[in-house]
Ligand binder design. Structure first.
Ligand code: MOS
Length: 696
């Protein structure tokens, strides 16, 4: 544990150390790495959702000047089998979803590659497809587990009996649409083979993860694959696993014997870079006259793809959020001819808490209880699922602090009572949570003869501030000023570390860095403080957290929203949001605030704007660009007040940091939906809350 007296830079609102490089355009993103003799790839995508390729005629494409090759399933090199069939690109003639890559053109310029891809004629034998998620479908199935490895269903007590005898109960179904991750930097990979193996510049959330998968697919020793990714323009989960373009780029570079660059267009991303599954969530709550929950049931139906299973853990937060003696959660999947769903910011918690926190609001109204008071009344003393104590649990503190800051006390709970001209005004609240985890990582700390420190770890900064925060952690752990520490991240030549995902980057990497620093200082002490000519080095391992077996570990938050709804148009405005979080010790007040602001902004987007619209005739998403896939922009965001409570959790990791990458988005949409109800008396259970749902 770093004692707080030692802490000099951790916690401070420091500017990003990579900021000057970003604003001067010298931070090179994957596609920007310039390589001699480079070539460009552009894909051909399937125009059917299910079936097989009968023929590929690339003769016209091959005649274009500047064309180098056209890869198809007929001539592509064979890959080694691995456990994700989606990555077995160009290995067979079968088509599992519309938009799947069925050929790849490599050319001297991007323009020629794109033109040639258009000239490739693919003939298909089309089979009937099923692409629409229906909760009442007869062939839903129960997956073996839900992501990353949780029980599919849980049950304790007798939910049905408790609901039947409850003084107050509610039973509602909430739905969320498909959403697509849209990091500002689209996915891109550059690959170059040499006698040593292959080097990739990839826009990824985890270089070592990409290395392992590429090595496996091409039958290489992992040491022969190097992945470099110092700067990444956002990921949000969609770069948390490699998508087919990564394999295709490496394959193409091997075939043409020259470096290949492959950047997905925004449109490509809507088929091949993952998305959040649509969900259908039935929530049943039973309570006694005092507003104490007697039963909680959360039944989820969502989709997966035929080519690869992805089972989102949507009901997970319902397992630990509130006390109730009778409880159950289930997940059922529809296997459809669709692209493979994937990770998207706060997978599980984000859509799951929209449903649960909307339902809690509905229960509060049914019980005639204040919704904050209802939540406090159902605060569990131990994790209801495991019986473990919480390492720390700041939900009530967040709700109370938030109520104060937001001015909740003066709220008239009756809906539709408050207006300003033609605008109805309402306020809403919802709780937020996200698990606190960490994964094994390794770091090296070094000091040279001149007293300069370096810290080496294959961490990844996807725009979150990891460059800065890890330098802060290292400086304090080494007990030196920030300027004396040189950090290296984003390259598989550095010690192996876990990926930037699951809000566990700082926790995982920081644990390894603190350990490496501790060992280096011990070595220095052995040398009586005299650095030998060759310098000193120490390796720190940050393993799984042994305390995770004894404690339930989660971050919490309270989200408050004020909405204005136009009586004539149904337009919803969100002039004011407040988020109060309890996420352990905050490592950098500025980058943390940015993370939470970004999450809450995405929450506004989820509540009001985002929706991937499927065309059932073809099986793909039609609004596949920023003109039609609406996301919240500056004009949609009013005041966002982000704050946190001081939380000292000695069990999570040596820094006491719980992770802040995802909790900001959790609960925001429910707070807004609850506020819309308060403004209008209309309960929208189907996101997004668009005008049509509020007009008569
Ligand atoms: Mo996040 S969806 O764990 O990258």
């Amino acid at each position: 544990m770093i004692s707080s007296t030692q802490q000099r830079v951790v916690g401070q609102p420091l500017n990003r150390i990579d900021g000057p490089k970003k604003v001067t355009g010298t931070a090179a993103y994957a596609f920007e790495h310039s390589l001699d003799d480079v070539t460009y790839a552009f894909p051909v995508q399937s125009t059917i959702a299910k079936g097989r390729i009968v023929s590929v005629d690339a003769s016209a494409a091959r005649e274009l000047p500047g064309i180098i090759t056209v890869l198809t399933h007929e001539n592509a090199p064979r890959l080694k089998p691995q456990n994700n069939p989606e990555l077995a690109v160009l290995q067979s003639n079968s088509v599992a979803y519309r938009g799947q890559f069925v050929a790849l053109v490599v050319a001297e310029t991007l323009e020629v590659a794109r033109q040639a891809a258009d000239a490739v004629v693919v003939r298909y034998e089309e089979q009937p497809h099923r692409v629409v998620l229906r909760a009442d479908s007869s062939d839903l199935y129960k997956p073996d587990h839900v992501n990353p490895n949780y029980e599919t269903d849980t049950a304790s007590g007798d939910v049905e009996a408790a609901l039947a005898s409850a003084a107050v109960s509610i039973d509602h179904t909430y739905t969320t649409p498909a959403y697509h991750n849209n990091p500002l930097e689209p996915h891109a990979t550059v690959a170059r083979w040499s006698s040593d193996g292959v080097t990739l510049y990839d826009s990824t959330q985890g270089e070592h993860m990409v290395r392992d998968i590429v090595a496996k697919a091409f039958g290489l020793e992992p040491e022969r694959v190097r992945v470099i990714s110092p700067y990444v323009g956002g990921g949000f989960g969609s770069k948390g696993t490699p998508h087919p373009h990564v394999i295709l780029t490496v394959m193409a570079a091997q075939v043409v014997g020259r470096p290949v660059k492959f950047a997905l267009t925004r449109q490509h991303m809507f088929a091949v870079a993952g998305y959040r599954t649509p969900t259908n969530q039935r929530i049943r709550l039973g309570a006694d006259h005092d507003g104490r929950l007697t039963a909680i049931a959360h039944d989820v139906v969502e989709q997966t793809a035929t080519i690869q299973e992805f089972a989102e853990q949507t009901a997970l937060p319902t397992r630990m959020m509130y006390a109730a003696p009778n409880r159950s959660t289930t997940h059922r999947l529809a296997r459809l001819d669709v692209p493979v769903p994937a990770w998207m910011r706060a997978p599980g918690e984000c859509p799951g808490m929209f449903a649960l926190e909307s339902a809690m609001d509905e229960l509060a109204i049914a019980c005639n209880f204040d919704p904050i008071e209802l939540r406090i009344r159902n605060e569990p003393t131990v994790d209801p699922e495991t019986g473990h104590p919480f390492s720390s649990r700041g939900l009530v503190a967040c709700l109370r602090e938030g109520a104060q800051r937001f001015g909740w006390q003066t709220r008239d709970p009756r809906p539709g009572r408050h207006s300003d001209g033609r605008w109805l005004i309402g306020t809403g609240v919802a709780a937020s949570t996200y698990p606190t985890r960490r994964r094994p990582s390794t770091a090296i700390a070094r000091v040279d003869r001149e007293g300069r420190y370096s810290v080496l770890i294959d961490a990844t900064d996807i725009g979150t501030g990891a460059w800065t925060v890890l330098t802060q952690i290292a400086a304090d752990a080494l007990d030196v000023p920030l300027e004396r520490v040189h950090l290296e991240i984003g390259d598989t030549v550095l010690p192996r570390a876990s990926l930037a995902g699951g809000s566990m980057g700082t926790a995982s990497w920081g644990t390894a860095i603190v350990e490496a620093a501790r060992k280096l200082l011990a070595r220095l002490q052995e040398e009586h403080g005299v650095i030998p000519a060759g310098g000193l080095e120490a390796i720190g391992e940050g393993g799984e957290n042994p305390e995770a077996k004894r404690f339930a570990m989660h971050a919490y938050g309270a989200q408050f929203a004020e909405v204005h709804v136009n009586i004539d148009t149904g337009e919803v405005r969100v002039p004011r949001l407040l988020g109060v979080f309890a996420a352990g010790r905050i490592m950098n007040a500025k980058t943390a605030r940015s993370q939470l602001l970004g999450g809450m902004t995405m929450g506004v987007s989820m509540a009001l704007h985002e929706e991937s619209i499927l065309d059932p005739r073809f099986g793909d998403y039609v609004n596949h660009d920023f003109a039609e896939y609406h996301i919240t922009t500056n004009a949609d965001v009013g005041t966002i007040d982000v704050s946190w409570i001081d939380e000292d959790d000695p069990y999570v990791n040596p820094m006491g940091a719980k992770g802040i990458g995802e909790i900001g988005i959790v609960g925001t949409a429910a707070a807004i939906a609850n506020a819309v109800y308060h403004a209008t008396g209309i309960r929208v259970r189907d996101l997004p809350i668009t005008l049509d749902k509020l007009l008569p």
